[in-house]
Design a protein around this ligand. Structure first.
Ligand SMILES: *[C@@H]1O[C@H](CO)[C@@H](O)[C@H](O)[C@H]1NC(C)=O
Ligand SMILES: *[C@@H]1O[C@H](CO)[C@@H](O)[C@H](O)[C@H]1NC(C)=O
Length: 440
C-alpha cells in the first residue's frame, strides 16, 4: 500500500518518495497529505512493526521506490521503467461533476467523477485489463480496512442513477487499469487488488485538495437559476487557487457540470508528485459566456460557502417536501445531514448501494417497496421483503417519511463502514434520524 510505503520512508527519513506532500502549489499541499497521514496512524503500529521487523507487510506489497523519477509527458527519450513513470497515460485528470438533475452529493460540494490517464496529446486508452475489471470495489476497499475511504466515497463519489458501486467499477476498469504505475508487477509482495485501493485513495486525496465549490464561491461564482458566468470568470476563479494552469470546463447545453483538473506526475501514482499542468487537449465544452451554474435543489442551495470540503458534513440531498412518488432513494438524515441510505432489505447502511424504492399512492398516503418486496414496520423496525405481510401505508410529514403519522425514527447508533443498522419507528433509540425521499 502506498501508505505503508510512505510510512517506511518517513521512518527511514527519506524525502525522495514523499507522497503527495510535495504537490507544488501551496494551498493544496497540506490538504492532500493530511488524510493519508491520518489514515496512516490507524495502521501505524501493526503495519509498521511488521514492515520494519521482517521487511514484509501484512496489508500488501509496496510500490517501487522511484528516485530521480522523470515528469510524465516531459521525457525526451524513451523511459524503460513504467512503474516509476506513467506511460502511455502520462497526464492524470482528476475529474469532478456538478449534477443537478438529479442532484448528487452535498449541495455545497462538487462530486468525484474519476482519475483518468490521458496520453500526452488529449487521446486516451481505456479498458486496458479485463482480467482486473472487478465487480466488488466496495468489498475490496473494505477488505483492506479502509472504512473512512469508503465512507467518503459514499458521500462524494456519487452515481446520478444511485448505483455508486457500478460507477466505481466503471471508473476503475475503464481508466484505472490503464495506469502503468498501478500494474501489480510494480509492487513487491503484491497483494491481489491492492492497487485498486491505491487508485481510489489517490483520487479522493486529490479531490480533497481541489475544493471547487469553495474556490468558485470565493470569486462570487455560486449556483443560481438566474445568474450566468463566462468561461474566463470560472477559469480565473480556479487559477486564483491553482496558479499557472487552466482546467477543462464541461457544459451540457450551456449548463456547467464538469471540471477536469490536469496533472503530470513525477514518479508513480502511489508515491509520486502530482504537478498541475495545462490540459493536453482542447476539450472544454462550455460557451465563452452565458454559462449557467444551477443550484442542486432548484434554488434552495446554501448561500454561504462551506469552510472546507474535506470531511465536510454532507448536507441533505433532497428538497424538503419532495413527494414520495415513483422511484427514489430513502436517505437517512442525522442532525439534518445525509448519512447513508436504506438498502433493499430496509436497513440503514453507509457503504452499500441505496435501494431503489417504489412509492405507490394508497389511501391517504402511499406504500413503499424495494426489489426484496413490500416495506413495512416489522417488530418496530423499517423492513422490506418477505417478512412484511402487509405493506404499511406511510404518509409524508414536511417531506419526511412518517409511520402512523409520526415522522420520528431512531437507531441504536449511526451506521458506519460495513455495519448495517435497523431503523425503528419512533424516537426510543438513542440516535434520532429522519427518512427523506430523493426521487431518481
Ligand atoms: C517517453 O517515454 C515513453 C515510455 O517509454 C515513450 O513511449 C515515449 O516515446 C517517450 N517520449 C519521447 C519524446 O521520447
Ligand atoms: C473481488 O473479486 C475478485 C475477482 O473476482 C476476487 O479475486 C477477490 O477475492 C474479491 N475480493 C473481495 C474482498 O471480495
Amino acid at each position: 500500500m502506498a501508505i505503508l510505503h510512505s510510512l517506511a520512508f518517513a521512518i527511514k527519513g527519506s524525502i525522495q518518495d514523499a507522497p503527495s506532500a510535495s504537490v507544488v502549489y501551496a494551498s493544496g499541499t497540506m490538504a492532500s497529505s493530511v488524510p493519508s497521514l491520518r489514515s496512516l496512524s490507524k495502521f501505524a503500529l501493526g503495519g509498521a512493526q511488521v514492515l520494519l521487523g521482517t521487511g514484509q507487510t501484512v496489508l500488501g506489497g509496496t510500490p517501487q521506490s522511484c528516485p530521480n523519477a522523470q515528469l510524465s509527458c516531459h521525457n525526451t527519450t524513451a523511459v524503460e521503467n513504467l512503474c516509476c513513470f506513467n506511460a502511455p497515460g502520462g497526464q492524470l485528470l482528476q475529474t469532478q461533476f456538478w449534477d443537478t438533475q438529479p442532484a448528487t452529493g452535498p449541495d455545497n460540494s462538487w462530486t468525484l467523477h474519476g482519475l483518468w490517464p490521458d496520453r500526452c496529446d488529449g487521446t486516451y486508452d481505456a479498458n486496458c485489463d479485463p482480467s482486473r475489471a472487478y465487480t466488488n470495489i466496495s468489498s475490496i476497499i473494505s477488505s483492506f480496512g479502509k472504512t473512512e475511504l469508503l465512507d467518503y466515497m459514499n458521500t462524494f463519489w456519487k452515481d446520478y442513477q444511485g448505483d455508486d458501486e457500478t460507477f466505481w467499477e466503471h471508473e476503475w476498469s475503464k481508466h484505472g487499469t490503464c495506469i502503468s504505475t498501478l500494474e501489480p508487477t510494480c509492487y513487491s509482495d503484491h497483494k491481489a487488488t491492492e492497487e485498486v485501493v491505491d487508485y481510489f485513495q489517490k483520487a479522493v486525496d486529490l479531490f480533497k485538495s481541489l475544493p471547487s465549490y469553495e474556490w468558485l464561491s470565493a470569486a462570487g461564482i455560486t449556483p443560481s437559476t438566474s445568474q450566468t458566468y463566462t468561461s474566463q470568470q470560472i477559469q480565473d476563479a480556479i487559477t486564483a487557487k491553482r496558479p499557472g494552469v487552466t482546467v477543462t470546463l464541461g457544459c451540457k447545453s450551456g449548463v456547467f457540470n464538469e471540471i477536469w483538473y490536469h496533472y503530470d506526475v513525477r514518479g508513480s501514482l502511489q508515491t509520486g508528485e502530482f504537478v498541475p499542468s495545462n490540459p493536453d487537449g482542447m476539450k472544454s465544452t462550455c460557451p465563452t459566456s452565458g454559462i449557467k451554474y444551477l443550484p442542486k435543489n432548484g434554488g434552495s442551495s446554501p448561500t454561504s460557502a462551506p469552510t472546507t470540503t474535506s470531511g465536510a458534513t454532507p448536507t441533505q440531498t433532497s428538497t424538503p417536501g419532495t413527494s414520495f412518488s415513483g422511484r427514489g432513494f430513502l436517505n437517512v438524515n442525522v442532525n439534518g445531514a445525509k448519512k447513508g441510505c436504506i438498502i433493499t432489505v430496509g436497513t440503514w447502511y453507509t457503504s452499500g448501494t441505496c435501494a431503489t424504492i417504489t412509492a405507490t399512492a394508497a389511501g391517504d398516503g402511499f406504500t413503499l417497496s424495494s426489489s426484496k418486496g413490500k416495506c413495512g414496520v416489522v417488530s418496530g423496525a423499517f423492513t422490506c421483503g418477505g417478512s412484511v405481510t402487509t405493506a404499511t401505508t406511510f404518509t409524508s410529514s414536511n417531506g419526511k417519511l412518517a409511520a402512523g403519522g409520526n415522522a420520528a425514527w431512531s437507531a441504536d447508533k449511526v451506521a458506519s463502514g460495513t455495519t448495517q443498522e435497523k431503523v425503528y419507528a419512533g424516537s426510543d433509540h438513542s440516535t434520532k434520524v429522519e427518512l427523506v425521499w430523493q426521487g431518481v
